[in-house]
Design a protein around this ligand. Structure first.
Ligand code: AMP
Ligand code: MG
Length: 406
């Protein structure tokens, strides 16, 4: 058996980012992986500007609270004032450039109109420090700074950063194309009647949603009969035009499991027994096609096993094909609020757990590899090392679905 880490390392060593890169308008680039690092040609903000509605002043003029200064100019956002003359104040609004000579902005709540002696203007009831309420040019982004690194996933915040640096388009990798099909003569589709001996095909819908959630283009061939010929034919069709063929079921070594011989006939296959639970069998290989090859990944049929092996093994593989720089989720060390006494002696277990309000992980009561309710109840997976039993209060390693499904 391979350890989880060994299997993942072999998978990732094989995967290369897709070659095609295209430039997308930033309105269409969210969720994609950036292909080329980006530098800013501008400073953000471009000029020193006011963080408040108020009055721009020279600090040296405000020797004490109660000083009155004539208001020499008005600077709304989008306009540039003139040099602030000593002994005067400028009315200024949030985002407006601070005039040359001014070195602080007094928020308007600390000012009032009035007269002191024979000066009428604004009375300043606050002694500012140098730079008060001034946002400095370039404090967010300096000219020439690398703002986005190749391989980053473009979340809304990265789109905002690109826009604030004035970039209208970004180069991204093309979407990864995945052909999927499902083996098992017992499977019927939701919406159809359920004859004796049949079950509904849940993996089809789980895997489609997972793939689409990752931004893949999915070509779904549906359920395929449990025969060698049908499986070979489906492999050829799923490989054409796609980067990856993903299946569920039929990867054990029973007589009804045709995926292994079919992949061997259409390409090549490594059958892996991985020391993980759920999800021991994982098939990895390639399918020959006219213009090269498509990767092949065969997941186990049990729904939780298929889901968990997708998140822990297929997801990093696809991220690598997508060009993502980071493929490993963050693992948190958290206290466990449940007991786990049935540790598997040889395999890393992915236990379904829920994060309670105290920040501790509670384990779902039924950890069976076909119990889909465990996935819905949970917030993530506890990575439990081989042979490890868990007592209340023990620290466990936890990966959240929020991260694995983002
Ligand atoms: P297999 O890997 O084909 O031996 O299937 C293992 C178990 O998973 C069996 O109980 C199957 O009925 C079940 N199974 C296989 N494919 C699916 C599917 N697409 N949806 C739900 N359960 C499945
Ligand atoms: Mg089967």
């Amino acid at each position: 058996m391979l350890s989880f880490e060994q299997a993942l390392e072999k998978l990732l060593a094989a995967a290369q980012p897709v070659e095609e890169i295209r430039s997308l308008p930033i309105t269409a680039a969210a969720g994609r992986i950036l292909a080329v690092s980006q530098q800013s040609t501008v400073a953000v903000p471009p000029l020193d500007n006011s963080a408040m509605d108020g009055y721009a002043v020279r600090v040296a003029d405000i020797t004490a609270a109660g000083v009155c200064l004539p208001v020499s100019q008005r600077i709304p956002a989008g306009t540039v004032g003139t040099t602030l003359q000593p002994g005067t104040a400028a009315r200024i609004f949030t985002g407006a450039p601070v005039p040359a000579g001014a070195d602080a902005v007094i928020m308007q709540e600390c000012c009032e109109h009035g007269e002191v002696g024979n000066t009428s203007g604004v009375v300043i009831n606050h002694v500012p420090h140098d730079g008060e309420n001034i946002r400095r040019a370039g404090e967010d982004i300096s000219v020439g700074a690398e703002i986005l690194k190749a391989g980053v996933k473009l979340r809304p915040q990265e789109i905002a950063l690109a826009a604030s640096a004035g970039l209208p388009e970004l180069p991204v990798y093309r979407r990864v194309r995945v052909g999927v099909f499902f083996t098992g003569d017992e499977l019927v589709q939701p919406g159809e009647p359920l004859p004796p001996g049949a079950i509904y095909n849940s993996n089809r819908y789980a895997l489609r949603a997972l793939l689409e959630g990752m931004g893949c283009e999915v070509r779904d061939l549906g359920a395929v009969a449990d025969t060698l010929e049908a499986t070979r034919d489906a492999l050829r069709r799923a490989a054409a035009d796609n980067d990856l063929v993903l299946t569920s079921g039929g990867v054990s070594v029973g007589e009804e499991d045709h995926v292994k011989p079919a992949v061997e006939a259409e390409g090549q296959l490594d059958m892996w027994k991985i020391a993980i639970k759920p999800g021991k069998p994982l098939a990895f290989g390639e399918i020959r096609k006219a213009d090269g090859k498509a990767w092949f990944l065969g997941l186990p049929g049990n729904p939780v096993a298929a889901f968990v092996t997708f998140l822990t093994m297929v997801r990093p593989f696809i991220l690598r094909l997508q060009g993502a720089a980071s493929v490993s989720p963050r693992v948190l060390n958290l206290p466990c609020a449940s007991v786990w006494g049935r540790a598997d002696g040889a395999r890393l277990e992915f236990l379904r757990g829920w994060l309670n309000d105290d920040g501790a992980v509670e384990l779902y009561k039924n950890q069976g590899s076909a119990v889909v309710t465990s996935l819905c109840w949970s917030d993530g997976l506890v990575l439990n090392p081989p042979g490890n039993t868990i007592a209340v209060g023990d620290t466990v390693r936890f990966v959240s679905f929020a991260e694995l499904l983002s």
